[in-house]
Design a protein around this ligand. Structure first.
Ligand SMILES: C[S@@+](CC[C@H](N)C(=O)[O-])C[C@H]1O[C@@H](n2cnc3c(N)ncnc32)[C@H](O)[C@@H]1O
Length: 255
């Protein structure tokens, strides 16, 4: 019997880390961590869960700013790198390989963040909602959840069916051609990621993200038990617009 895992189990490797996750500078990441703390009203010492933390892009700067962070991600190679960097700097941050659809934190945290489109990967809304429910379960009463995901109207406004990028890495250049299309029947944005690696090998990966309008995610958050839901277009708290690329949502677990 051939049981295939969903796409997000083997999509996140060192190639996409180089072309996407590492595309911003350390200063950008630190600025985002600062903006997050300010938006959520977090002071140094705050206990934060970074759900789907990747390689610690934000967990590490949050820890540098004094938060006590636990980062979890499915990709073991990212967790190993994040742990090594935390150890080298002596930071108060821990990392674990966990499936955020299934796992919730104990003890509960003051804040949970889910950043940079780590939500909405399944074509099944019930599966996607599990990640929001695990965030809720990980929060202490009164705790805050912050979700940073795609803003569908903005994505359509800026839609580009094809993009090409050349990314320098220590091993040489990676060429990426990315083809994007919408599956209207299933409400999905499908992407083909066609890499040419420094040694000339070609590697093709596929991703798929469910297209949600904000009100649908709001309904999902309410269904999980969240209250006091706010939405913005950027982490700096600017309003959500038709052309905002990001949808930033904050929600609270009731006291
Ligand atoms: C676009 S990256 C964002 C990483 C990180 N949040 C950031 O802002 O840099 C999405 C991440 O979500 C992780 N991920 C996706 N589904 C997951 C799941 N069910 N459980 C844990 N991690 C997951 C991937 O492994 C990947 O590291």
């Amino acid at each position: 019997m051939n049981i295939s895992l969903p796409w997000w189990h083997d999509f996140y490797d060192e190639t996409i880390e180089a072309v996407l996750l590492n595309s911003g500078s350390e200063q950008d990441n630190l600025a985002q961590a600062r903006a997050l703390m300010s938006l959520l009203g977090l002071a140094p010492g705050a206990r934060v869960l970074d759900q789907c933390c990747g390689n610690g892009r934000l967990s590490l700067p949050l820890a540098r700013l004094g938060c006590e962070v636990l980062g979890v991600d499915l990709a073991a190679c990212y967790i190993a790198k994040a742990e090594a960097r935390a150890r080298a700097e002596g930071l108060s941050v821990r990392f674990q390989v966990q499936d955020a659809l299934l796992w919730s934190a104990t003890p509960r945290r003051q804040a949970v963040i889910n950043m940079w489109t780590s939500f909405g990967y399944s074509d099944d809304d019930e599966v996607n909602q599990q990640m929001l429910q695990r965030a809720f379960d990980s929060l202490e009463p009164g705790g805050i959840f912050l979700l940073d995901t795609l803003n569908l109207p903005g994505v359509l406004h800026h839609f580009r069916p094809r993009m090409e990028n050349r990314v320098p890495t220590p091993e040489g250049e990676i060429h990426l051609e990315r083809l994007t299309r919408l599956d209207w029947d299933r409400g999905l944005m499908l992407k083909d990621w066609i890499y040419t690696l420094p040694d000339g090998r070609r590697q093709v990966k596929h991703s798929s993200t469910r297209l949600y309008l904000p009100h649908t995610i709001i309904a999902m958050l309410r269904d999980c038990g969240f209250v006091d839901i706010s939405i913005w277009g950027e982490l700096n708290g600017s309003p959500l617009g038709m052309d905002s690329l990001r949808l930033i949502m904050q929600a609270r677990r009731p006291l």
